[in-house]
Design a protein around this ligand. Structure first.
Ligand code: ATP
Ligand code: MG
Length: 423
């Protein structure tokens, strides 16, 4: 495994930063996720540098440094056009609230820094110039045996920071690893601490889990450990068979967060509840709205016998831009819930796509008459009747798109108006 590290492709600017700090007599390593990934022969997303140099010393060693998180010892060195995060070795004081340490202290020793980290596989450091790997907690062995194991006592580590159990399950899902038994057993025992964690942080881990190729297994683990019940009781308490199908549909959906969340929720909750869940988990409004829309309309298999006007109304409700998303969620659901209906669904999708390709008028601004035209035709000023008339015309063209010409709409509008009871 050391060979993997020695052959890893580390960006030049990162190596330059390490070389400069070493030149000045400081201890310096790559740490955390990037070391784990290099050992696994996966190209790291980012390279984090840790050093014995104090933040001021790091600032002094480079021309351009941004003090991104200087109170925690992190600065960003701008080197060769890229940003390299450099953090001073640190240890953490007691956790008083299950969320953050009461203090952080800078350290001279890399092992102190590694011992505050969450899992053995995340607690390794590597100096690529000296080709030295620091692995005090057996991270390499756990990578080999595909285990997520806390650094030190799992009960203590989970009691310090309630997010860690969620991270354990997330890493298990993303990497396809198992939880070490002691780590796993500590989760139910520390749920009270997990409950205090800000939902944004939970959502970030949940998103990584859901987008991983093993979302289904990750959801099982969340459920078995009791974590899911804390932030998603709607799924955790669902009928077991319904929950199983929902997890399978999640996995079957393309790896986009809205699609996976919608596939998970579509057969368990209604539109309103889906939106509430999205907002509760602090997803952006846009995401919560799209999830709600997809949940509301996902059961496309119920619409295979719908008329063209009904399908145009569906297109109007979801919007043409969202059609591919809706189809993706519907396919994922039908694939796991009713595979024998896939062909039927595909026929419906073909019809929907043909209707959409014809670019029918779907919203008021697609009408051949503007609000001004409607007022002129009826001889009225701005008033509620204009809205009513617009809705009437919209319904007409959804039934029959070829009516969408100024002449035809004017005629319909006038006969609608004269047939209308006057008050
Ligand atoms: P990813 O590839 O998903 O970013 P990562 O290992 O880089 O994985 P980060 O969340 O970016 O994960 O954290 C970077 C490192 O910081 C981790 O590898 C770990 O050593 C440490 N770390 C992060 N969060 C915690 C935590 N809650 N408790 C202890 N250590 C943590
Ligand atoms: Mg990271």
């Amino acid at each position: 495994m050391l060979a993997n590290l020695h052959n890893a492709d580390i960006p030049r600017p990162v190596l330059d930063v390490i070389a400069r700090l070493r030149e000045q007599g400081h201890a310096v390593y790559l740490v955390g996720g990037c070391v784990r990934d290099m050992v696994r022969k996966v190209h790291p997303k980012d390279f984090d540098v840790a050093t014995s140099a104090l933040p001021e010393e790091v600032q002094g060693a480079f021309r351009k440094v941004i003090p991104t998180g200087i109170q925690h010892g992190t600065v960003t060195v701008v080197q060769g056009g890229t940003h390299v995060e450099v953090t001073t070795f640190r240890s953490e004081g007691d956790y008083l609230d299950g969320r953050r340490p009461s203090s952080v202290a800078f350290e001279r020793d890399i092992v102190k820094d590694l011992s505050r980290r969450d899992f053995t596989i995340n607690a390794m450091a590597y100096n690529p110039l000296d080709r030295e790997l620091v692995d005090p907690f057996g991270g390499q062995a756990d990578l080999q045996s595909q285990l997520i194991r806390c650094v030190g006592s799992a009960l203590e580590r989970f009691s310090e920071d309630g997010l860690r159990p969620m991270r354990a399950v997330r890493f298990a899902a993303v990497l396809g690893f198992s939880l070490d038994p002691a780590t796993r057993d500590a989760i139910p025992a520390t749920l009270g601490v997990f409950r205090k964690v800000a939902l944004e942080r939970v959502r970030e881990e949940l998103t990584k889990l859901l987008l991983s190729p093993r979302a289904e297994g990750g959801l099982v683990l969340l459920s078995e450990t009791g974590l899911l019940d804390v932030f998603l009781p709607e799924v955790a308490r669902a009928d077991p068979e319904a929950a199983r199908l929902a997890r399978a549909a999640t996995q079957a959906a393309p790896a986009e967060i809205e699609l996976r969340v919608a596939a998970l929720l579509a057969d368990l909750v209604d539109r309103t509840r889906a939106r509430d869940i999205g907002l509760r988990l602090k997803f952006p409004n846009k995401v919560a709205d799209l999830v709600a829309l997809l949940v509301e309309n996902a059961r496309l298999e119920d619409r295979v016998a719908d008329s063209d006007p009904a399908l145009r109304r569906l297109l109007a409700r979801v919007g043409l831009a969202q059609l591919p998303h809706l189809v993706a969620v519907a396919r994922a659901r039908v694939q796991v819930r009713a595979p024998e209906r896939c062909a039927e669904l595909e026929q419906l999708v073909t019809r929907l796509e043909a209707l959409a390709a014809a670019r029918p008028p779907l919203v008021a601004k697609d009408l051949a008459l503007t609000g001004g035209d409607i007022m002129a035709t009826l001889g009225v000023g701005p008033s509620p009747i204009v809205g009513e008339a617009t809705r009437f015309l919209m319904e007409s063209v959804l039934d029959e798109p070829s009516l969408n010409t100024a002449e035809a709409l004017k005629q319909r509008l006038l006969s609608w108006h004269s047939a209308r009871p006057t008050t």
